[in-house]
Ligand binder design. Structure first.
Ligand code: CUA
Length: 155
């Protein structure tokens, strides 16, 4: 089979671009450390309220300026719905869901997670700016989805 010269060049360029793309993906997972987020743990949704740390949701200080915020997402609220931390606090959010898939997004930080029943999500953010930061559910979770929110007050 005879392939025209320009067609052959075009095919070689296409193959090179595809190989480059595959190499970039492989390289970013190996050397760049890119990976899918893994659950920080598993928990039966029906046992959430009686299992530590979710049996006592809320904020705990774990160091000089580090905190753990244990939060339960359910239709259609976060428990607790408000936490207060000082400016510059490093907060690790430990979150799970009682019922359906929820989301957790704090637009002023890097917090952007899915909250899945049966899984524990852990995400850490530094609260740099003083003020009231919204926690938003950004996964459609039913008729009250648009009302589901909370706040992080940075003092
Ligand atoms: Cu919870 Cu949308």
């Amino acid at each position: 089979m005879k392939i025209e010269k320009y067609e052959r060049i075009f095919m070689m360029i296409s193959a090179f671009v595809m190989a480059l793309g595959i190499f970039a993906v492989v390289w970013s997972t190996g050397h760049g450390g890119a990976h899918l987020p893994k659950p920080a743990g598993r928990i039966k949704p029906e046992l959430v309220k009686t299992t530590a740390p979710f049996d006592q949701p809320g904020l705990r200080q774990t160091g000089d300026n580090t905190y753990e915020a244990v939060i339960i997402a359910s239709a259609w609220q976060y428990t607790p719905s408000e936490i207060k931390v000082p400016e510059g606090a490093e907060v690790t959010f430990i979150v799970t869901s009682l019922d359906v898939i929820h989301g957790m997004r704090i637009p002023t930080t890097n917090v952007n997670a899915m909250i899945i029943p049966g899984q524990i999500t852990k995400v850490t953010a530094t609260m740099h700016e003083k003020g009231v930061h919204s926690i938003i559910c950004h996964e459609y979770c039913g008729i009250g989805h648009q009302t589901m929110g909370g706040t992080v007050v940075v003092e």
